[in-house]
Write a protein of this length. Structure first.
Length: 175
């Protein structure tokens, strides 16, 4: 059995599938694409949402995971039920069956019992539910500060540090 080169594994380019459903919070998806390393190199993996034959909908297509940002309640329901009627829900289904990371950035308020049940069941099957909750402790100067913090936290789940947001270090006293 060949030895594993840990340095090569740590520096390899990550493949993260980014999907966007719903309009509210689309800036989070756009900023996630901007923040991901090697975005230009990933451009050749952009697929038509209606093309169910796209490679990303196959378990043999190697990825580190998928972020759906924002994730509409319709998409969440399709993922929870296993309804693979479009490329996004089919790819999410592949992430779950292959035990790859699936982050669902659910953008809805208020939440109904149906939304909450769908989130719970998706979480039980391995998805990470990530509501983009504003981090007021960073004392944001703009909405961009809040967006960058949420995107940074999302990418942290894939061990990708954007370095573009303030991390919690306890309450700091002002001098």
């Amino acid at each position: 059995m060949p030895a594993i080169d840990n340095a090569a594994q740590q520096t390899r380019r990550r493949r993260i599938v980014v999907a966007m459903t719903g309009a509210t919070g689309a800036i989070l998806g756009i900023k996630a694409l901007i923040a991901l390393p090697n975005v230009k190199a990933l451009a050749d993996h952009v697929h038509n949402i209606n093309d169910m034959a796209a490679p990303i909908s196959s378990g043999s297509f190697k990825t580190d995971g998928m972020i759906i940002v924002p994730c509409s309640m319709k998409t969440l329901a399709a993922i929870h039920s296993g309804l693979c009627d479009d490329l996004i829900s089919r790819t999410a289904d592949v992430m779950l069956k292959e035990r790859r990371k699936l982050v669902l950035v659910a953008r809805e308020t208020p939440l109904s019992d149906i939304h909450l049940r769908n989130m719970l069941e998706a979480s039980r099957t391995g998805a990470i539910i990530f509501p983009p909750v504003p981090a007021y402790y960073i004392r944001p100067a703009s909405v961009d500060d809040l967006v960058d913090q949420s995107v940074g936290r999302m990418l942290d789940l894939f061990d990708l540090d954007t370095g573009d947001f303030e991390r919690w270090e306890g309450w700091q006293t002002e001098k």
